[in-house]
Design a protein around this ligand. Structure first.
Ligand code: 0WD
Ligand code: CA
Length: 380
């Protein structure tokens, strides 16, 4: 008979009774069941990172969406050589900014309902981007992932570790690829104003150290989640709904010219876009379609709630329920495996396309990611 969780199905008959599952299948068919409970995400805080990557417990880096009106002609290549300050992506910040936010906002989390063995009252703390990777795993055929997990005071912390393959790609990017990474940030600059009543400044410097992040709380099945994600901008109308419903995600993509390109856009890109914005409850994406020379030729708004309808005509397309059920079962798997409450113990969950999720255990290793300043402060 079918077990409730997919990981039970991959247990070997040789496993001793009561032993832990050693792996989790990522086969799509195992996750084709009813959509799991996913509570409406609630914003519990925000933070900003300035041009030097300094942390501020406020919304100073929040920007305002300004509709360009007529059809745009933005050149995304403008300023790449002379008005670009790029964040050093060799520096691994792990969960540090989220942990800093937690220490500065502990009282907001410690609800009267939280169990005495769970100091923060949440099961998981992570970046939204890590959850996006989990949601898209059943459909991913190119890139694997490594997720480090430690249990500390009842909460499971999940922090990504760069794979060897990802490091090699990062260190060997072509000039063209480096420039195209800039285009997304340049697009944001054309559409975002720093203040509610100002206008975007396409002549300014693009500094990718700057960020505004939302911190949201929600629940997936029986997993209480707290995660943070970077937000591009918000609706500037003061009558807009409260966050996260007022937030707008900005994206660029290659112009769609053929039915094949449209199909690929629906099958691959919209999956990633949907997963990323659905998680924190960001309701819409404004997409700029650009030509080969980085000129935005059209804008289109995608409402997250309408994306699953949009893709239904696509043959063998992705399904939100598979994404959410896989994520839910992965989190159950993690809960069942990571029992030791010890910030110096890391369970490294590893996945490669066409394989099952597996894990290894490491004590006081290079994978440790909960810093002493956090552990010390939280133990007080
Ligand atoms: O692997 C990650 N996602 C990590 C993110 C590892 C360590 C740190 N961070 C943090 C940074 O503090 C950053 O401010 O990433 C924050 C954003 O986190 P997220 O929202 O969870 O990440 P994700 O959803 O993957 O990306 C959101 C945006 C991207 O926009 P697009 O439209 O391209 O998806 O954040 C940017 C990027 O603009 N971004 C990053 N910024 C800093 N560090 C990173 C990164 N590693 N990855 C994407
Ligand atoms: Ca974006």
């Amino acid at each position: 008979s079918e077990g409730r969780y997919a990981h039970k199905r991959v247990r070997s008959a040789e496993d001793p009774p009561g032993s832990l599952p050693q792996s989790l299948s990522t086969r799509r068919q195992l996750y084709e069941r009813d959509f799991p409970v996913y509570k409406q995400p609630v914003e519990v805080g925000v933070f900003s990172l300035d041009s030097k990557r300094n942390f501020f417990n406020d919304s100073r880096k929040l920007r305002y969406y300004v509709d360009p009106g007529k059809s745009p002609n933005f050149s995304l290549r403008d300023g790449y050589r002379d008005r670009y300050v790029k964040r050093d992506d060799g520096v691994k910040e792990k969960l540090d900014h989220i942990l800093r936010w937690i220490l500065e906002n502990r009282e907001r989390l410690q609800s009267v309902h939280s169990a005495p063995d769970c100091a923060l009252g949440v099961d998981f703390i992570t970046w939204r981007g890590h959850l996006t990777k989990l949601l898209t795993t059943p459909y991913e055929t190119q890139e694997g992932w490594l997720l480090a997990v430690s249990r500390f005071r009842g909460t499971l912390y999940i922090s990504e570790v760069e794979t060897e393959a990802a490091r090699v790609s990062r260190e060997n990017r072509t000039g063209r690829h480096e420039e195209m990474m800039y285009w997304g940030y340049k697009f944001e600059q054309y559409l975002c104003a720093d203040d509610v009543s100002s206008v975007p400044d396409g002549g300014g410097v693009v500094n990718t150290n700057e960020a505004f992040c939302t911190v949201v709380q929600t629940r997936l099945s029986d997993h209480k989640l707290l995660f943070s994600g970077e937000v591009d901008c918000r609706d500037k109308d003061p009558k807009a709904p409260p966050a996260p419903a007022c937030y707008v995600e900005l994206k660029t993509s290659a112009e769609i010219c053929t039915p094949k390109q449209r199909s690929n856009f629906h099958r691959y890109k919209l999956l990633k876009w949907w997963a990323q914005s659905f998680l924190p409850g960001v309701p819409r994406i404004v997409a700029g379609f650009r030509d080969q020379d980085g000129v935005v030729v059209s804008l289109e708004t995608f409402h997250i709630s309408k994306i699953s309808q949009l893709i239904k005509n696509e043959h063998n397309c992705w399904r939100p329920t598979v994404c959410m059920n896989f994520c839910s079962d992965f989190l159950s798997f993690v809960k069942s495996v990571v029992k030791d409450d010890d910030p110096r113990l890391v369970y490294l969950f590893a996945w490669e396309p066409h394989r099952d999720v597996s894990y290894s255990v490491h004590r006081d290793s290079e994978y440790n990611f909960l810093p002493d300043w956090y552990v010390k402060e939280m133990t007080n």
